[in-house]
Design a protein around this ligand. Structure first.
Ligand SMILES: Nc1nc2c(ncn2[C@@H]2O[C@H](COP(=O)(O)OP(=O)(O)OP(=O)(O)O)[C@@H](O)[C@H]2O)c(=O)[nH]1
Ligand SMILES: [Mg+2]
Length: 451
């Protein structure tokens, strides 16, 4: 289905409804012939031409600007004709029907971008950035999307792929000359290069993680003992009474999700069942689900009671339990309105914020902290990315770590080469160099028509 098609495609590029101007975009080999029928001439490429748009009987459907791009110098890499007419629903429909009547067919969602990809005008991450720029829900997301669209993210990935390719060649050469293999593998050069790649990858991973959060919302899960005030916090942050709050421990059993914006930054808040050993089967299932959410979260808000002292926190059962999620953990001392014993622990190694889900004390600080987690409004360049990219980078990372182990522990050249080969493929999925039709279908079908 996504094999290259030679059909000429057409769609309205402007949004549905009325507007001052409406644009119909046509791409494919029939575009020049269509121009001749509709305008009477093939316009000079890249020059706006004012013209009538003719119906089959020679009468005008509309008049406006025509723009012609000759292949390969167009968005799709094919001959492209754009008709900028008046943006009325009926007149646009008539024009589109006329174009279809002349042999074009209606484009599928994302088909223009897909052709641009298949003709090597943009890579897959750039194509995704087009959709993400259009969908951007904040200025920061839009700024990052344009970074990705310009190819800065892809360039970093491509640089990594080049480094991996060079290293692979080096390792494979070593395997081909077995008498020298051991020397090759132990001369330290491979290890240095490998560690360098891992370092680079982790930098990219950091920015991609931020970009994915900016794009798809930071996943923030709220956990803690029963009655800590988790649901109250969800309600306070979302401004809605979504969750039931009561002084009965074990009130929340299901996982509750609420999408909110913090000053334009998208966030998915997840409230969970209070963590305790429970003989109640339903509650125990809720606890299991809470742990599952933690493993998928970008940030974990661990809500504790403000009456707990700093020493209590150091010994806190849940702080210990989540220590493997250390980089995600934020400790919230809730119900600070009852104690007013403010402190932020330096010894704990986690950010500690004093809050009250009742009075709202400390909530601004919490919001600022969450914004800074993903560099929202920060100075650093972030690429707008998707979970798909993040997943690929993570998988590449584990192949590199395996390669390092094969090298250091087993001196197994063949296995090092194999891990590098797999890492290279995984990285290639990001830019679409290594791809399946399934993946393309999944990505482009979520675009809207005309993109
Ligand atoms: N004074 C005060 N009371 C609070 C605060 N946050 C929550 N509470 C109260 O603490 C009790 C428990 O609140 P919930 O939000 O239901 O607690 P939870 O952590 O969701 O509890 P479970 O769902 O049972 O795990 C309720 O009576 C809340 O009104 C706070 O910041 N200050
Ligand atoms: Mg609750």
């Amino acid at each position: 289905m996504h094999a290259f098609s030679s059909d000429t495609i057409a769609a309205k590029a402007t949004p549905p409804g009325k507007g001052g101007v409406g644009i119909i975009r046509i791409s494919g080999q029939e575009a020049p012939k269509l121009a001749l029928e509709l305008l009477g001439v093939i316009p000079e490429p890249r020059k706006a031409m004012f013209s009538g748009f003719k119906a089959s009987d020679g009468n005008l459907i509309d008049q406006g600007l025509a723009l012609y791009f000759k292949k390969p110098n167009s968005f799709t890499g094919e001959d492209v004709l754009e008709l900028h007419g008046h943006g009325g629903t009926v007149v646009m429909d008539l024009l589109l029907q006329r174009v279809i009547g002349l042999g074009a067919r209606l484009a599928r969602p994302g088909e223009f971008s897909e052709r641009a990809f298949l003709n090597n005008k943009i890579d897959l991450a750039q194509a995704e950035a087009i959709a993400d720029l259009i969908e951007a829900s904040s200025a920061a997301a839009a700024r990052s999307a344009i970074q990705s669209l310009q190819g800065h993210f892809s360039e970093e990935v491509t640089r990594l792929v080049e480094q991996v390719t060079a290293l692979r060649m080096y390792v494979e050469a070593a395997i081909d000359f077995p008498e020298e293999e051991v020397d090759f593998l132990s001369d330290g050069n491979i290890l240095v290069q490998l560690q360098n790649i891992i370092l680079q990858l982790n930098k990219t991973l950091d920015r991609t993680r931020q970009g994915a959060a900016l794009n798809e919302g930071l996943r923030v899960v709220i956990v803690g003992h029963p009655n800590a005030g988790k649901s109250s916090l969800l309600n306070y942050l979302s401004g809605e009474q979504t969750a039931i709050v009561s002084d009965q421990p074990g009130t929340t059993r299901d996982v509750l999700k609420e999408d909110i914006l913090i000053d334009g930054m998208p966030l998915r808040l997840i409230d969970t069942a209070g963590l305790r050993d429970s003989s109640d089967q339903i509650e125990a299932e809720g606890v299991r689900r809470a742990f599952n959410e933690v493993s998928q979260a970008d940030r974990v808000l661990l809500v504790v009671d403000a009456s707990e002292t700093e020493t209590d926190l150091e010994r806190h059962e849940l702080v210990k339990k989540f220590s493997d999620q250390a980089s995600k953990l934020i400790i919230l001392r809730n119900k600070i309105d009852l104690t007013n014993d403010l402190y932020s622990s330096d010894t704990l190694g986690y950010p500690v914020i004093n809050v009250s889900a009742k009075t709202g004390q400390g909530i601004t600080e919490l919001k600022e902290h969450l914004k800074s987690c993903i560099g929202f409004e920060g100075q650093e360049t972030v690429y707008l990315a998707r979970r798909r990219h993040l997943d690929a980078l993570n998988r590449a990372n584990s192949h590199f770590e395996n390669a390092q182990q094969q090298l250091l522990v087993y001196q197994a050249g063949e296995l090092v080469a194999e891990e590098l080969r797999q890492a290279q493929n995984v990285l290639g999925e990001i830019t679409g160099e290594f791809r399946s039709d399934d993946l393309l279908g999944k990505i482009f079908s979520t675009f809207c028509i005309g993109k």
